[in-house]
Design a protein around this ligand. Structure first.
Ligand SMILES: [Zn+2]
Ligand SMILES: [Zn+2]
Length: 293
């Protein structure tokens, strides 16, 4: 909520192939993007959870810097109602113009958009103002290609293998049809990553995060301040761990930690007592989510 020398304001970058999606854009995000070596060119979208200052005050600087690059492709911004007004106000007060198109989508409730290869889902959470959690959910990948089986069916090695792998049916000389299902194993699960700040522990996140590989969730205080956390629309580290456990995620990363915890070992122990695969985020920390084999 307040930056310290150790912790900047919220922003999480999700890199998938050459595309980068930013979740939130707290003050100073553009500098951290440079420190992380992400590169502005790959950033396709910014997904804003809510309109509290610690999550959006980085947008003006970020957008201004982006307009100094020779970006041509559009930038997509998703956020709660009011995000369009924020953009318009920037235009009015800063005389702000970009050489690229800014496409803004205001999300008012449960939401889903298919982006080819993956979809983004959003759901309202339980904070002191309207706030959204987001999920990136990859489509299933085709199953493993059984080369020996393809050869037994008379498919010559080469481009026909690729066509079967991409899900196309092929015809062999002599008119024999080979279907992808003849040579591919069962489809492989895509990855799922969920970002949920700021929120009290809530059902919406449990549902959205069902079976996710990774849940990035806020854990602002320790158990000694549970009441305080919940009053302010936040979760404790242990409550975030309960959500992770209930959703059956693979890994929980806690973020949005109060600056009062310079030593986070206590928070981590409380969370791990509930959900052992928990990690506490550090600025510029990277986490790889491997593909399902
Ligand atoms: Zn916040
Ligand atoms: Zn907030």
């Amino acid at each position: 909520m307040i930056p310290s020398l150790e912790r900047s304001l919220p922003s999480t970058a999700l890199k998938r192939d050459s595309e980068v999606i930013l979740f939130d854009c707290g003050e100073g995000t553009q500098v951290q993007v440079m420190r992380a070596g992400i590169g502005f060119g790959g950033i396709s979208s910014v997904l804003i959870s809510h309109l509290h200052g610690d999550h959006i005050t980085g947008l003006p600087g970020f957008l201004m810097t982006l307009s100094q690059t020779n970006r041509l492709k559009p930038l997509y911004i998703f956020g709660p109602p009011g995000i369009k007004g924020f953009w318009k106000a920037l235009g009015r007060t800063l005389g702000f113009k970009t050489g690229y198109e800014v496409v803004i989508e205001e999300i008012e409730g449960d939401y889903q958009i298919d982006r080819g290869g993956y979809r983004i889902s959003a759901t309202p959470v339980d904070h002191t103002t309207f706030c959204l959690a987001y999920a990136l959910i990859e489509a299933k990948r085709p199953g493993k290609f059984d080369k020996a089986k393809a050869e037994r069916l008379g498919v010559p090695a080469g481009p026909l293998f690729g066509r079967l792998q991409r899900g196309e049916e092929i015809a062999l000389p002599g008119g024999i049809l080979v279907k992808p299902s003849d040579v591919l194993g069962p489809p492989r699960k895509g990855r799922k990553v969920v970002y949920a700040v700021d929120t009290r522990p809530c059902k919406g996140v449990v549902n959205l995060a069902q079976g996710a590989d990774l849940l990035v969730h806020e854990g602002v205080f320790g158990e000694e301040l549970r009441k305080e956390a919940n009053l302010r629309g936040h979760s404790t580290a242990a409550q975030a761990a309960e959500v992770a456990k209930e959703a059956g995620v693979g890994r929980l990363i806690l973020t949005h930690i109060s600056p009062r915890y310079r030593d986070v070992r206590g928070l981590l122990a409380q969370a791990r007592a509930v959900f052992p695969p928990t990690t506490i985020a550090k600025d510029l920390m990277e986490w790889e989510v491997p593909v399902h084999k």
